[in-house]
Design a protein around this ligand. Structure first.
Ligand code: GTP
Ligand code: MG
Length: 171
């Protein structure tokens, strides 16, 4: 049959935003981990969508490892940025980190689609995707394709919306 296209994706965002939980949920059920612990450094994970084979670099969001992110900008064909939509206090830190990515030469010079998950939508005081995009200044981002969707990493709600958008961006 036809071989699926390979795509390298960088998954970043602050610690505890739910990156590993989301990536785990996108993997085939049999290969999903049962317990998820804070990522040390990064891990490489694979999952498939209808037409793509995804290789995801799931980075640690902890302050002591964030300096690793930029080493993987070069090979990233797309970025998944995960927000904890209930963590209003650290949204400004998340914005700083996103802005660093967007200002990096490896990113400014290429067409890199940015998918943002407004994760933890199930929590009572979580911000909506519109509120998150306002806080993150996403509307100023006019030179990159971007998309934000609400997600629940625990149930998987909203993940397909995001992956479908990403898949469309690559075809
Ligand atoms: P680092 O690896 O430290 O950067 O964190 P991470 O972004 O990979 O977060 P991780 O996936 O380890 O999840 C952190 C915590 O958030 C865990 O306790 C998850 O169960 C929880 N979590 C993830 N997604 C959701 C969600 O959508 N809703 C709720 N309520 N909790 C979530
Ligand atoms: Mg993690």
């Amino acid at each position: 049959g036809l071989k699926k296209k390979e795509i390298n994706v960088l998954c970043i965002g602050l610690d505890n935003s739910g990156k590993t939980t989301i990536i785990n949920k996108l993997k085939p059920e049999k290969t999903q981990a049962q317990d998820i612990v804070p990522t040390v450094g990064f891990t490489v994970e694979k999952f498939i969508s209808q037409s793509l084979n995804f290789t995801v670099f799931d980075m640690s969001g902890s302050g002591r490892y964030r300096n690793l992110w930029e080493h993987y900008y070069k090979t990233a064909q797309a970025v998944i940025f995960v927000l904890d939509s209930s963590d209003k206090l650290r949204m400004v830190v998340a914005k700083e980190e996103l802005d660093m990515l967007l200002q990096h030469p490896e990113i400014t010079q290429r067409r890199v689609p940015i998918l943002v998950f407004a994760n933890k939508m199930d929590l009572k005081d979580s911000l909506s995707p519109v509120q998150c995009s306002n806080k993150m200044g996403l509307h100023d981002l006019t030179n990159k394709p971007w998309h934000i969707c609400a997600s629940n990493g625990l149930t998987g709600e909203g993940l397909n919306d995001g992956v479908d958008w990403l898949t469309d961006q690559i075809r």
